[in-house]
Design a protein around this ligand. Structure first.
Ligand SMILES: [Zn+2]
Length: 150
């Protein structure tokens, strides 16, 4: 079996697209950081791991499915990954970074993923209002006096 965590895997692309949509700027695969996070925002000191549920032992349906063949091997292997992930996150925290994990199964619900990313980026209400339509619509309803006072 091939390791899931390679460059440009689909789950990672999904997260990157969602971040771009939110206007976030990021870098990829900073090898200098513990655990080689998938997505890095140096300005925010935010490191994001996009993890496959099986490989990284997520506590979800997909994550707890272990192949029947060589069961002990897979359990041990995933266990090592989980231990390494925890160590990387501790090391990042010690360097003052915030480490967040987005799971493969989180990507099924695009709305929830966007909400989570907004939360991570701490986008405020004012920035959300800038979304096309909402603000303009509200002003127009009040008489469209946007240019008054200029
Ligand atoms: Zn999962």
């Amino acid at each position: 079996m091939r390791r899931v965590k390679g460059r440009d895997t689909t789950p990672e692309m999904t997260v990157r697209r969602a971040l771009t949509k939110l206007g976030a700027r990021y870098r990829l695969h900073r090898k200098a950081l513990p655990g080689n996070p998938d997505i890095v925002m140096p300005g925010r000191k935010l490191a994001i791991f996009v993890h496959g549920c099986f490989w990284h032992g997520h506590d979800c349906a997909r994550g707890s499915r272990v192949p029947k063949q060589n069961r002990d091997y897979w359990v041990a292997k995933v266990g090592r990954n989980v231990a390494r992930d925890a160590k990387s996150q501790d090391a990042l925290a010690a360097l003052g970074w915030r480490a967040e994990t987005i799971w493969e199964c989180d990507l099924k619900d695009a709305g929830a993923l966007e909400a989570r990313l907004r939360d991570l980026l701490s986008l405020r209400e004012a920035e959300r209002e800038r979304a096309p339509g909402r603000l303009r619509g509200a002003s127009r309803a009040r008489g469209g006096s946007l240019i008054r006072g200029r």
